[in-house]
Ligand binder design. Structure first.
Ligand code: PMP
Length: 358
């Protein structure tokens, strides 16, 4: 009997390790691109009142109409475009890949890129093509266009800015990819609040383009809310795969309230951008560190003995992300999320001490 799961569950799932989230209790948490700031007390009080009155005995609005209206306004979704909401943008990636998978269908993305593209490709059983970036993490446009010609991918996912490198790809190169693609191109703008540039306005120009956003990096990671914007022809079909009540009532009501005060989140993003510039400068001034330019709320850097440095930081209560050995282009690379002024200062001081004692 004990071998029944091995017989029944797909071999590629048996071979997987579950997504690992390291324990972070009591740590200075600079690993997951969260916004370190809380909301102003007055808004928190409003939220408390909303939550106290939430009718949790009833299912949420299956279409989240009020929330969608607020999001459209706050995020300036172009008129004429539809939006679909997900339990985080992770769920939207899953919906898109479930909708497009079939024998012979392929997903193209770049490496190093967002890990969930590859992971969900495997869940959905769609063939995965990961095209390496150049060593400066720019797009290898010739390689991508050649692969598009040979492989005719059904879907292309590109994060703009890219995770884990933090850079915005060249917008013209991205447009060349959209034009050359025989299928769908999804531009994942999870880090848009720290970059400014967007493909939302290009939705009108390209019938095969979708743009994803998330509220996670903006300060609402705990609510789990992502969205994709695009033409009705695409979204009406994706909508069929969305589970009826995927956005809980608390998320709907609280996200709608906070997004009415979007200026607060934008201000916090502005503070994070300023802190990012200071953190970059401090890191670049340390001996033996190569800092990569970032348009996101995190910074990728290369340092000798990266894995050892990562462990030593962890022992001292600072959690960042170790990317050493995760991809050939990320040898000796670590990724730190931009935190508060104090968190960044503590991180820099601790790292500086570690370098000087090595
Ligand atoms: N896209 C990218 C590029 C990301 O880095 C992340 C989070 N790490 C996500 C999507 C997923 O975000 P969420 O599911 O929290 O919306």
């Amino acid at each position: 009997m004990s071998s029944l799961p091995e017989k029944i569950i797909r071999p590629e799932i048996l071979g997987l390790s579950a997504y690992h989230v390291p324990p972070a209790k009591g740590m200075t948490k600079l690993d997951a691109m969260e916004n370190p700031y809380s909301l102003p007390a007055s808004l928190r009080e409003e939220i408390t009142r909303i939550v106290a009155d939430v009718p949790i005995n009833r299912y949420p609005d299956p279409f989240a109409i009020e929330l969608k209206d607020t999001l459209r306004t706050a995020l300036s979704i172009p008129s004429g475009m539809d939006i679909l909401l997900g339990n985080g943008s992770d769920e939207i990636i899953q919906i898109i890949l479930l909708a497009t998978t079939k024998p012979g269908a392929k997903l193209l993305t770049v490496e190093p890129g967002f890990a969930m593209f590859k992971m969900i490709a495997l869940f959905a059983n769609i063939e995965y093509l990961g095209i390496p970036l150049r060593s400066d993490f720019s797009l290898d446009l010739d390689a991508i266009l050649a692969t598009i010609r040979h492989e005719q991918p059904a879907v292309i996912f590109l994060a703009y800015p890219n995770n884990p490198s933090g850079n915005l790809f060249d917008a013209e190169a991205l447009e060349a990819i959209i034009k050359a693609s025989p299928g769908l191109v999804v531009v994942d703008e999870a880090y848009h609040p720290f970059a400014g540039k967007s493909f939302l306005e290009k939705l009108a120009d390209y019938p095969n383009l979708l743009v994803m956003r998330t509220l996670s990096k903006l300060g609402l990671a705990g609510l789990r809310l992502g969205l994709v914007a695009g033409r009705r022809e695409w979204l009406s079909n994706l909508e069929k795969l969305r589970l009826p009540y995927n956005i809980g009532v608390i998320t709907q009501l609280v996200a709608a309230k906070v997004m009415q005060h979007y200026d607060i989140l934008e201000q916090q993003a502005g503070t994070i951008k300023q802190a990012r510039a200071r953190l970059s400068t401090s890191l670049a001034a340390m001996t033996g560190i190569e800092v990569f330019p970032s348009d996101a709320n995190f910074i990728l850097f290369r340092i000798g003995n990266a894995s050892q440095i990562f462990e030593s930081l962890k022992q001292r209560g600072i959690l960042i992300k170790n990317l050493d050995n995760s991809h050939p282009l990320l040898k000796n690379c670590l990724r730190v999320t931009v935190g508060t002024h104090d968190e960044n200062a503590l991180f820099c001081k601790t790292l500086h001490d570690l370098i000087n004692h090595n």
